[in-house]
Design a protein around this ligand. Structure first.
Ligand SMILES: O=C([O-])CC(=O)C(=O)O
Ligand SMILES: [Mg+2]
Length: 160
């Protein structure tokens, strides 16, 4: 079903959460939609690699890395996401290899780019709730993105 974030915002203005405009698109698609799967990271991305190697089933990985200035996604992770059926990745942090990530048909949004990655091994935490960009993220809620921005809404409201 085609959708527009602007129309959904109008229809459900009391229930829609709108992400702040500081997140930019670095993926090969700007329009995508899917249930959220959360992951909290501490600079380092090995738990995100693990997650993107699992079946995505059209979900969107929402990753809070607390704005750490290290890239947590690049060409390789985008390829894993594409191969395993993830619709998109939203990072509260930074990405790299963007000349290639822009050619891979998965959504990717981040604060910006950074050439380095972290080599510190640190565990992440899956399926947690957190807030960034003015949005409260919780597993299962629906993220929709298009050229106007990114919104989050619960499935019942969206489908009802
Ligand atoms: O290797 C990493 O951790 C990030 C990256 O550059 C890639 O996904 O290609
Ligand atoms: Mg790379």
């Amino acid at each position: 079903m085609p959708f527009y974030t602007a129309d959904i915002s109008d229809e459900h203005h009391e229930k829609v959460q709108v992400l702040s405009p500081e997140y930019h698109s670095y993926g090969g698609v700007e329009k995508c939609k899917g249930p959220i799967a959360t992951l909290k990271l501490n600079e380092e991305n090995s738990d995100l690699i693990k997650m993107l190697k699992e079946p995505g089933e059209g979900r969107i990985a929402v990753v809070d890395v607390n704005r750490a200035h290290y890239a947590v996604v690049g060409e390789n992770l985008m390829k894993f996401a594409h191969e395993n059926g993830w619709a998109g990745i939203l990072i509260n942090g930074y990405v790299r290899d963007t000349h290639i990530t822009k050619t891979i048909p998965v959504g990717l949004w981040a604060l910006g780019t950074c050439p380095r990655k972290s080599h510190k091994k640190q565990p992440g935490e899956r399926d947690v709730t957190f807030t960034f960009g003015g949005v409260f993220f919780k597993n299962g809620e629906i993220l929709l993105a298009d050229h106007d921005g990114i919104i989050v809404i619960d499935e019942e409201t969206l489908e009802g």
